[in-house]
Each structure stands twice: as C-alpha cells, then as structure tokens.
Design a protein around this ligand. Structure first.
Ligand SMILES: O=C(O)CCC(=O)C(=O)O
Length: 279
C-alpha cells in the first residue's frame, strides 16, 4: 500500500427511537448537528432509526428511496452540515417488496450509496429471542461502497456482521472502514456485539463502526453499546445503553501499519482454500 497519512473523525449517533416517525427524524437532525460540532466528517445513524424495529412495522413505515421523507431529511441535513451521512437503515418499498436499507449522502446532499441488508435476521433462541425478518423482507444482493476523500468505506447491516465472507469481499475490494448500523438485542448483544465487531476488524484489518439505537423500554429492546474498533481489533470508543454520541479519529495509517506488520492478506493460502472450500 502507498504511504499516506489520512485521518478523519467519525461520530456514531445512538439515538432513541419511538413510534412517531417525524419525532424520530427531528431528534436525529438535532443529534447530527451535535455530531458535526464534535468535528465529525463521517456521521452514522443506527438501524431502524425512524421506526420501531419489528416485522409488523416494516410495512407501515416503508417509503420509497430516494423520494420519501426520511431520504429528504438525510439529503438536506448532509448538505446543511457538509458531512458524509450514513442514514442508518429504514424500511424501503420497491415493486411491492420490502427491504431493510442503508443510504449514504455526501456533503452536497447527493445519495452516493444504497445497501440492502443481505443476510436477513432469522434466529430462534428458546427463552431468548425469536425473530424472522424473512417473513416480510426481501434480501439485498449487492455490496455497496463509497469514497470519502480517498478512503473506501463498505456497508453491512446488523446480522451481516456475523458473515465473515461478506466482510472479506469488501476487504478484497480495498475497503478500509466498514460501517454496520445494527440493533442487537438483550440476548445476543451482551455476548456477541463487541466480539463480532472486533473479529471483523481483526480478520480484515479494517476499522469497524457498529451503530445501535439507544435502549428503549418496550417492544424490541436494543442492546446499545455502539462501538468503534480499530484495525488492530482494539475498541477505541464504546457507548453505554442510553442516547449518546461517540466519536473517534479514523487514522488510516493504522490500517497501513497493521497490514504491513502482520501481512495476513498476502499470506493467505488461496491455492489450498480454493481446492478444499468449494461451497
Ligand atoms: O445477530 C444478532 O444477534 C442480531 C441481529 C439483528 O438484530 C439484526 O439483524 O437486526
């Protein structure tokens, strides 16, 4: 990799989410202004920041993209504050199909990436949590990246964090930072949320930004604990459970350092993997 020293500040907004979409939008707009005041160039919102999270809500809150009220607010706000804004996720409708979708807006207010959750959250843990997004949602089938002043940033959503293959595909495309809006829960959050982010960061020598909603009192209870992890796997910022903004400087020199000093990418035995791992 070419020797460059690039740095920008990222802020993650762990916002409270209620049933009223307009109130949710107004609230994040206020928080985006605060994140900008912290010096952030890249700001991310959490998964389902404009609606409660649950299969029964997707239909009710879905909007087309980029013409709906949520996209309009994100575009206007990214432009007003001159930031790259990752619009967490919100339910999208297209041709009668629903998706859990992340959009990204540049400082001109233009949508520069759209990613639809690829791995739907279907799990069943007795006495823990049962969730079946595939009852209502269709999966996305495409990776999505965007460029921030020469840094390639990739997108995943929540359950996607569990799939190393997806993160690896992004790494193969030259990604240095992964953003995962996500809403882990009170069963898997405590044991897996931090660990998965550190794993993806370490496997792929990338920064990982995981952005949760704040913990609510009813319905789907989010774990919170939004987190920024560096390419060494070190947690450099972590939220608690309430509404909060965390931030950290994303220093691309750290990607370069770890990639040079522990050169696993060049040491992969794809000659072997390709013969054994066919599925
Ligand atoms: O993987 C998990 O345990 C949580 C995933 C999740 O909440 C989601 O995909 O929305």
């Amino acid at each position: 990799m070419q020797s460059v020293c690039k740095m920008f500040r990222a802020a993650l907004i762990q916002s409270k989410v209620g049933p009223n979409r307009n109130e949710n939008l107004q609230n994040v707009e206020k928080l985006i202004a605060q994140a900008k005041n912290l010096g952030a160039k890249l700001i991310s919102l959490p998964e389902c920041f404009n609606s409660p999270y649950g299969t029964k809500f997707f239909n009710q809150y879905a909007e087309s993209i980029p013409n709906g009220p949520t996209s309009e607010m994100l575009s206007r706000t990214a432009k007003e504050y001159g930031v790259y804004l990752v619009g967490g996720t919100y339910p999208e409708i297209e041709n009668s199909k629903f998706f859990n979708t992340c959009t990204v807006w540049n400082p001109d207010g233009k949508m520069i990436a759209k990613y639809r959750k690829m791995h739907l959250f279907d799990i069943d843990i007795p006495n823990g949590i049962t969730f079946k997004e595939s009852d209502v949602l269709a999966p996305g089938n495409e990776l999505a990246t965007f460029d921030l002043d020469g840094t390639k940033i990739g997108l995943g959503i929540c359950y996607d964090l569990r799939f190393e293959e997806l993160a690896k595909l992004y790494r193969l495309q030259g990604v240095q930072v992964m953003v995962y809006p996500g809403a882990f829960n009170m069963t898997t959050g405590p044991i897996h949320f931090e660990l998965l982010q550190r794993s993806r960061a370490l496997d792929n020598q990338v920064y990982v930004l995981g952005v949760s909603p704040a913990r609510g009192q009813q319905g789907y209870i989010a774990w919170g604990h939004s987190q920024i992890t560096d390419p060494w796997g070190k947690v450099v910022a972590q939220a608690k459970e309430g509404e909060e903004i965390i931030h950290a400087d994303i220093n691309l020199k750290e990607c370069e350092n770890v990639r040079q000093q522990i050169p696993i990418y060049a040491q992969r035995r794809t000659d072997i993997y390709d013969t054994v791992f066919k599925k």
